[in-house]
Unconditional design. Structure first.
Length: 95
């Protein structure tokens, strides 16, 4: 039983995500489908690329610059290879 407890503790340590290096981390809790993240900042787009793909059970840290007065991030699912034409989350946003 002690060996099982030690194995369980080792498994828990391996599953922990690394320390967050930015102010915003978005995780994809889905185990079978990629998640795309789009964003819009008060002055246009933020520092990160648009339509960021996050693989299943993974995460992405996003750069949120100091002094930002407003930003919105939204998830998108069922997208094409470029993160567009999504089944869920497609937005009219900036053109």
């Amino acid at each position: 039983q002690q060996q099982q407890q030690q194995q369980h503790e080792q498994d828990q340590e391996q599953q922990q995500e690394p320390l967050q290096s930015t102010r915003l981390r978005i995780a994809n809790g889905c185990r079978s489908e990629a998640l795309w993240v789009a964003h819009e900042a008060a002055a246009g787009f933020g520092l990160d690329p648009q339509n960021v793909r996050i693989e299943p059970s993974s995460f992405r840290d996003f750069a949120v610059q100091p002094g930002l007065t407003g930003v919105r991030y939204w998830p998108k699912l069922g997208c094409n290879e470029g993160g567009d034409l999504c089944e869920l989350g497609e937005s009219g946003g900036l053109q």
